[in-house]
Design a protein around this ligand. Structure first.
Ligand code: NAX
Length: 326
């Protein structure tokens, strides 16, 4: 039997975690042979709800779960963790402007970055789900100077999966036949779902689908899919977000072979994106590392969309610059 690994999950009493925790505990993220210790973080008012979630985890009697820690102290939650999934964040309250939301979350992710820096394993892999995910990730990363910036990633896998599903429906093919898609930029309504290098059964999607549908239906629908779910369900995406978080970590740990996935990662200046931003790129993973797919041709339409979402990320970064140590 392998040694247990430690997995921290924040916002553990929230709705995404209610799907996520049980799937991780049953081995769907790290494998059926990987024992784990769950380290769950919540804020004080949600600790009672978290105790109920822990009771349910206990009642599943999962073979792989060796211990569960439930705490409202980030230092305890991140102690020696190998994986940190930062799901919890402050939702927008009544009268809150976008700037107030950024500010409230900036403080949370700055504190969590510092706690990760001092407590987590030096090899920790961090995934930020809580919104605004890219900028929260940037703040955590900048507050963790002893960790490699490549250890911090933000989730755009749900957007990627949404794009894949929409295309497969449009072309009446199975989702597994759609490949080469990418989400560029911010996990927000400026994100750019790009099909220029995508294909189905060896045929380029750009040759199969007219550009007008892509521009007027596909791109806005992927960008607004979160809102579409809220209006139908009365609640934001939860099970699909948990699924995407699991797939993101699984790809990073186990590799993607030749499959392209979308990940919000530390920009090295590829495709002219400002270095240091957490920007979603097409990536592949191998040996526990991600790499940005290089050398894709970018047409002028794509470049315009990529610039627009980059500009939004720069604006978000500048709004929280006081919480970004050099
Ligand atoms: P919920 O409001 O159900 O749960 C969030 C939980 O986080 C709450 O239990 C809350 O008490 C906790 N929390 C708040 N501040 C915390 C802190 N400082 N430390 C620890 N826990 C804290 O939200 P849920 O539906 O689970 O969504 C969680 C986050 O995911 C939201 O920010 C949401 O916007 C974001 N999403 C991101 C997605 C992505 O693709 N990146 C998609 C799904 C989702 O919208």
């Amino acid at each position: 039997m392998k040694e247990p690994v430690r997995v921290a999950i924040t916002g553990a009493a929230g709705q995404i975690s209610y799907s996520l925790l049980f799937r991780i505990a049953s081995g769907q993220m790290l494998g059926r042979d990987q024992p784990l210790i769950l380290q769950l973080l919540e804020i004080e008012p949600a600790m009672e709800a978290l105790s109920g979630v822990v009771m349910e985890l206990d009642d599943c009697a999962f073979d792989l779960v060796k211990d569960i820690v439930a705490t409202d102290d980030p230092n305890e939650a991140f102690e020696s963790v190998d994986y940190a999934m930062l799901v919890g964040s402050r939702p927008r309250g009544p009268g809150m402007e976008r700037k107030d939301l950024l500010e409230a979350n900036a403080q949370i992710f700055s504190d969590q970055g510092k706690a990760l820096d001092s407590r987590a394993s030096s090899q920790v892999k961090v995934l930020v789900v809580g919104n605004p995910a890219n900028t929260n990730c940037l703040i955590a990363q900048r507050n963790a100077p002893h960790l490699d910036p490549r250890q911090f990633t933000a989730m755009t896998r749900l957007d990627h999966n949404r794009a894949k599903s929409l295309l497969s429906k449009k072309l009446s093919v199975h989702v597994s036949e759609v490949s080469g898609l990418s989400i560029w930029g911010n996990h927000s309504s400026t994100q750019y779902p790009d099909v220029s290098h995508a294909s189905v059964r060896g045929n380029s999607i750009s040759d199969l689908i007219e550009q007008t549908w892509l521009e007027s239906e596909f791109i806005p629908r992927v960008q607004q899919r979160g809102a579409e779910i809220i209006s139908a369900r009365g609640l934001s995406s939860a099970a699909s977000a948990a699924n995407a978080a699991i797939e993101h970590m699984k790809s990073w740990v186990q590799g993607t072979e030749e499959q392209i996935v979308s990940m919000g990662v530390y920009s090295d200046g590829s495709y002219g994106v400002e270095p240091g931003l957490i920007y979603s790129f097409p990536c592949t993973c191998a040996g526990g590392n991600w790499e940005i797919v290089k050398g894709l041709e970018v047409n002028s339409f794509s470049q315009g969309r990529m610039d627009q979402t980059e500009a939004e990320l720069i604006e978000e970064r500048d709004a929280v610059s006081h919480l970004l140590p050099d």
